[in-house]
Each structure stands twice: as structure tokens, then as C-alpha cells.
Design a protein around this ligand. Structure first.
Ligand code: AMP
Ligand code: GLY
Length: 431
């Protein structure tokens, strides 16, 4: 089968690495890809916003399966575009319709969806300029901290946890009246702050059936001890020791089943991943967000633990046959540690040679590229998050130790990675 995977990060390298291991005669293309995906297939320089170019490439190359890594083309309606073109409409498409992707693309849509289907989440109200005064009063009277979120996509920056009413009202005004996040903040969700521990749950659905993939926890802050600025993600572990079987059963019954039933009842076309961001509060799961894609760097631990053939799994999702699939998980723990460019998440330089990639790999570790590319035939840094090392171990802490060891062989100018991924699970050696 000819397969096209869209995206260019560590998530896409992990998916490409797994697709390449599928049995059967497959040819893999990745657009635009990175220096790591180039080892798994052929990189193609497509612009992910140019839907015509993507469709033309699919026709010319006889693509039979399209897998969409990032959310943006989905939220902009790539699936619907493909459905409207007879030449590409029968391609197996892994990624939801524009309406389904609203679960990520609009916080107001996802909150209303959760409310309709009784899915536990933080209490909220939604405001725009038409009820701005009422909103200001609501924010002013809301218990602290109060969470203010722009409705639309704004690269993860549009969630503010405010500890004073002055700050909250100012942010509320900036978003709605000054369009701080442009189109994304034409609508704003104001919600209660949830105090608990976070984890991410991943589901692959065909719109009727679903399979649950291993859960993960990511580390968002740049600094050790979870300090400093937010990033795209500095590391991840799976399994999550506090996600006990009892807790995961609650997640399945109260969150996953009602979510899939809701999609089905509302006739929302959804064949793809749902990433559910949860907070565990007093042993109860509450949803903070849905994403219409896999997480990054969570994919780099979730996919290596998946033993199923990924092409078979995607084929079952596209054919709405996920009820016939049983998920097979590697019992070992996995941890990934992300190396970033010096200065990230602020400004940073690119174009530094990545050294050590040709050295033999430790048996329990895998390198995934994130922001890398080729310059004159050598691998250079091209982004904030550069590459990560995923390792297996008896515990997530032991796995993270392996990754840290593996990093000793790699270098580039300004390389930084957190040495404490998995730190809170150090005692937890029995998994
Ligand atoms: P979101 O873009 O909705 O995932 O929010 C980004 C991050 O903000 C989450 O991963 C949480 O760490 C935090 N967050 C969002 N909503 C809440 C909430 N209601 N209570 C506490 N933290 C939150
Ligand atoms: N690591 C969080 C995300 O992918 O959104």
C-alpha cells in the first residue's frame, strides 16, 4: 500500500518508524518530514495548507492511505476537502472531519459537547463581545484561580491561569476587545481551576468503535522540577504509575465511551486519534481538553509500546472495523527525553550540525528526530525541539535513566534536555 503521512515532528518520526515495520508491501511518503523520517520513507516537500497540492500528490503517487499528524490541516477541513474530490475520496483517511476536529479547534464546541454528553469537566461559561459586560462581572466574581481560554487554536499559548481578578479581567478584555490571539480569541471560555495531577489518554476510533492506547504523562515546563516557561513538551512517560486499572476503568466508562457515543449520535465523521487531556481530582477523571491528533512527545512513548501492526490498525479504523481489533501492549515502561535548541522556548538559532547520530544505538533506546533537516548532506537543527531519545525499562524512571545515558553520545551547539524526566516516579520501580 502507498501511504502518505503528513507532519514533520517527533510524533511523525515515531509514526513513520512504526509504519515502516508493518508487514506487507508498503511504500511510505512523509510530507514534509524531517531528517529522521527520511530513514523510514521518502520525504516530500508539500505545504500542509495547500490541499490541492496534497490531493494531486495522492493521485499521482496512487496513495491509498493518508495519515494526518498535526491538527491544523484537520481543523481547516482536509478530510472534507478529500471527501469532495472523487479522485481521492476513497483513500483511507486517518484524521477526523472538520466538525470532529472542532473538539480541538474550538474550546466552546468541546465544552458544549461534553455538557451534552455528561462528560465530567470543569464548570464554565462562554463569552464574546455581545455579552462582554456580563462576562467581566462573571470573571470578577469567579473564585480564584480562574482559567481564561481563547476559543480557537493559538499554538497552546491561549490558556491563562489567573491568580487575581485584576489580571483575569485584563486578560479577558485583551482577548475579546483587543483580539490578543486574533480570530482565536473572538470567543472566550472562562472556567474553574482544577487542582490535581494531569495525564493523557489516547484513543483510536472509527466513529463507532474504539481502541484505547497506552496512557502517558508529558512534561511541559522547560526547567527541571517543572519550573519555567511552557514548551511543546520536554519528555513523556508511559505507563503513568498513578493511572491504576480502577482509575482507567472510570476514564473508559465516564469519558471515552460517552465521547465515542456522542460522536456517533451526532453523526460526526471521525476516524482517527482522540487525545484526551485529563486531570485526576480526588480519584475522579475530569477532561481539560480534547485534541484531534496524537500528542507530541507522548507519541514517542505510546507508539513504541504498541505491538500491533500500525497499517493493519489504521486499515481497521478506516473500514470501521476496530471492533475486530485487540490492542497488544509492551509491558515494559517507556520514557522519552527531548533535547531542544539553546534559548527555546524563547528565540534560538538553527542550523547546527547534530553529532553522534552514526554511533551504534543502545539496545533499549530509539532516537526520534523532531526539528532536524539536511544541509549539504549533514543533519542540522531546524527547530526548537530537536530530537528525543525513547528508552524502555522496568520502570519509567529506569527508562528515563537509559535515555539520559544515550544522550551522552549526541551533541549540537546549545543542546539542552531535562535530566529529571520521570523524577516523581523514582521510588516506583515495580511497574
Ligand atoms: P489546554 O490548552 O486546554 O490543554 O490547557 C493547557 C494547560 O493548561 C493544560 O494542560 C493544563 O495544565 C492547564 N489547564 C487548562 N485548563 C485547566 C483547568 N481548568 N484547571 C487547571 N489547569 C488547567
Ligand atoms: N504534548 C502536548 C501536545 O501534544 O499537545
Amino acid at each position: 500500500m502507498n501511504i502518505l503521512l503528513l507532519g514533520a515532528g517527533g510524533r511523525e518520526h515515531a509514526i513513520a518508524w512504526k509504519l515502516q515495520q508493518s508487514k506487507g508491501d508498503n511504500t511510505l511518503f512523509i510530507a514534509p518530514g524531517n531528517a529522521g523520517t527520511a530513514q523510514c520513507g521518502t520525504n516530500v516537500p508539500l505545504d500542509l495548507n495547500n490541499f490541492d497540492a496534497i490531493a494531486s500528490f495522492c493521485v499521482e503517487t496512487k496513495i491509498e492511505m493518508l495519515v494526518v499528524g498535526p491538527e491544523e490541516p484537520l481543523v481547516k477541513g482536509l478530510y472534507d476537502f478529500f471527501q469532495s474530490k472523487p479522485a481521492v475520496k476513497d483513500i483511507y483517511f486517518i484524521g477526523p472531519s472538520k466538525e470532529g476536529a472542532q473538539l480541538e479547534g474550538s474550546k466552546a464546541f468541546s465544552k458544549a459537547f461534553m455538557e451534552r454528553h455528561n462528560i465530567p469537566t470543569a464548570k464554565y461559561r462562554e463569552f464574546d463581545t455581545s455579552n462582554f459586560d456580563e462576562g467581566t462581572k462573571y470573571v470578577n466574581e469567579h473564585p480564584l484561580p480562574v482559567v481564561i481560554k481563547a476559543d480557537g487554536l493559538a499554538a497552546g499559548k491561549a490558556v491563562l491561569i489567573c491568580h487575581s481578578h485584576i489580571e483575569a479581567v485584563a486578560e479577558f478584555e485583551l482577548m475579546l476587545q483587543q483580539q490578543k490571539f486574533g480570530e482565536a480569541s473572538r470567543k472566550v471560555v472562562v472556567e474553574e481551576f482544577l487542582d490535581g495531577i494531569e495525564l493523557s489518554v489516547f484513543v483510536l476510533t472509527d466513529g463507532k468503535n474504539y481502541v484505547v492506547l497506552p496512557e502517558a504523562k508529558d512534561y511541559k515546563r522547560i526547567g527541571e522540577g517543572d519550573k519555567g516557561l511552557n514548551t511543546g513538551g520536554m519528555g513523556a512517560v508511559s505507563p503513568v504509575p498513578f493511572a491504576t486499572p480502577d482509575f482507567m476503568k472510570k476514564v473508559e466508562d465516564r469519558v471515552i465511551k460517552p465521547t465515542i457515543d456522542g460522536l456517533r449520535k451526532e453523526n460526526i465523521d471521525y476516524r482517527g486519534f482522540i487525545f484526551i487531556g485529563l486531570i485526576k481530582v480526588n480519584d475522579e477523571p475530569l477532561v481539560i481538553e480534547y485534541n484531534s491528533r496524537m500528542g507530541d512527545p507522548e507519541t514517542e512513548v505510546v507508539i513504541p509500546r504498541l505491538k500491533n501492526d500500525l497499517v493493519e490498525l489504521f486499515t481497521a479504523a478506516a473500514r470501521q472495523e476496530l471492533d475486530k481489533v485487540t490492542i497488544d501492549i509492551d509491558e515494559r515502561a517507556a520514557a522519552t527525553v527531548m533535547a531542544v535548541s539553546g534559548g527555546y522556548p524563547g528565540s534560538y538559532e538553527k542550523g547546527f550540525e547534530v553529532l553522534g547520530l552514526d554511533l551504534p544505538m543502545p539496545a533499549n533506546s530509539i532516537f526520534f528526530h523532531a526539528g532536524t533537516g539536511f544541509k549539504d548532506g549533514i543533519v542540522v537543527t531546524t527547530g526548537g525541539r530537536v530530537l528525543c531519545v525513547t528508552s524502555f525499562g522496568d520502570s519509567v524512571f529506569a527508562a528515563a535513566q537509559e535515555s539520559r545515558r544515550a544522550f551522552k553520545r549526541l551533541d549540537y551547539d546549545g543542546m539542552y534536555y531535562r535530566r529529571d524526566i520521570g523524577f516523581e516516579f523514582e521510588e516506583n520501580v515495580e511497574m
